[in-house]
Design a protein around this ligand. Structure first.
Ligand code: PBG
Length: 330
């Protein structure tokens, strides 16, 4: 027997496409997406990354072409990561502070081709380090304070090359302030800092380390990246980076850490970024390749869920795919 009255019928707000659109709480648009890209030597080269289906490392000229296409589709920001030849790596990641290194050259080329493009450069030692760690390794330990001036110098050379935002992904203590002071003293007061404030020691970074051949040669990153078990610590890390002058706070990875994104969102007035990392992306691709799920739909849903959790900005390897799909949906 049907209940005589049912006052609450939530389905009424889902009755048609346009009613659903009116009642929608969260928007997803390409405006909020950052496309992480890998750059390599050999200006016209392209090397597919086996553990990241559909993603390649590009030489600078190829990269500029791909990014122009992305820009035309509505992706107006890239995060640049360089693949450095092993022969150039050393314990201090010296190449990272050279003004004409691959990352700086790519930054210049991109800003020249697309002045409005937002170029975000990675600040950490691992792509350049023979130890594969984000800081300098001294007697088996990652030395925080020896690393700080190197990070600051990296940020300065990247800014000189035209970076709009520098993004320390290293998790050394005190680096945001150190970078802010260095940038200001060199006159780069307008260059922003996207701090990887809340970065976990995650197994989901595996494919990224394949892409850059940057896996730690010894040990792991647990003495600087956070324990996945912790969320109060995330608030502490976030607050410190606010106090040190960060402009954006990042939580990384994304989808397995939605509670952390929410917690950081509620604790700060700064923009919060989420990084949909390589492993999250590759899981979708691998399952789709085996016919187990729909990559397009799962990608958009993943990004939407990070927005719902409180992310303003999302770094995703699927940025271009998402921008194309979002266009088709309009
Ligand atoms: C290293 C860095 C990593 C990522 C971005 N910067 C890997 C790591 O910390 O080992 C991971 C990105 C991804 O997995 O997509 N500074």
């Amino acid at each position: 027997m049907l209940a005589a009255v049912m006052l609450e019928r939530p389905r009424r707000n889902r009755a048609s496409k346009w009613i659903r659109a009116l009642a929608r709480e969260t928007e997803l648009s390409a405006d909020h997406l950052v496309w992480p890209v890998f750059v390599q030597e050999g200006p016209d080269s392209e090397s597919p990354i086996l553990s990241m289906p559909g993603i390649s490392r590009y030489g600078i000229r190829t990269l500029v072409e791909r990014v122009k296409e992305a820009f035309a589709l509505g992706v107006r920001a890239v995060a640049l990561f360089p693949k450095i030849d092993d022969s150039l790596k050393d314990p201090r990641g010296s190449v990272g502070t050279e003004p004409n290194n691959l990352l700086c050259m790519a930054t210049r080329a991109l800003k020249e081709a697309l002045p409005e493009l937002v170029v975000i450069t990675d600040v950490a030692l691992d792509p350049y380090s023979s130890d594969g760690h984000d800081g300098v390794v001294i007697e088996g330990r990652i030395d925080n304070d020896v690393t700080l001036p190197i990070l600051a110098e990296m940020a300065v050379v990247q800014s000189r090359a035209g970076a709009d935002i520098v993004a320390p992904s290293d998790m050394m203590d005190g680096r945001v302030q150190c970078i802010r002071e260095a940038l200001d003293s060199e006159g780069f007061t307008q260059v922003g800092i996207c701090s990887y404030a809340v970065k976990y020691a995650s197994a989901f970074y595996g494919p990224f380390r394949d892409a850059l051949d940057s896996a730690p040669r010894g040990g792991d990153k647990k003495t600087y990246q956070m324990n996945p078990a912790n969320v109060r610590e995330a608030l502490r890390e976030a607050q410190l980076d606010v106090d040190e002058g960060a402009d954006w706070l990042m939580v990384k990875p994304g989808l397995p850490y939605l509670d952390v994104i929410r917690a950081v969102r509620e604790a700060t007035t700064l923009p919060v970024a989420a990084y949909h990392v390589s492993g999250e992306f590759s899981m979708l691709k691998a399952a789709a390749e085996r016919g187990m799920l729909d990559y397009d739909a799962c990608l958009l849903e993943s990004l939407l869920c990070m927005r719902r959790a409180g992310a303003d900005i999302i770094f995703t390897y699927g940025a271009v795919d998402a921008a194309r799909l979002l266009r088709q949906q309009r």
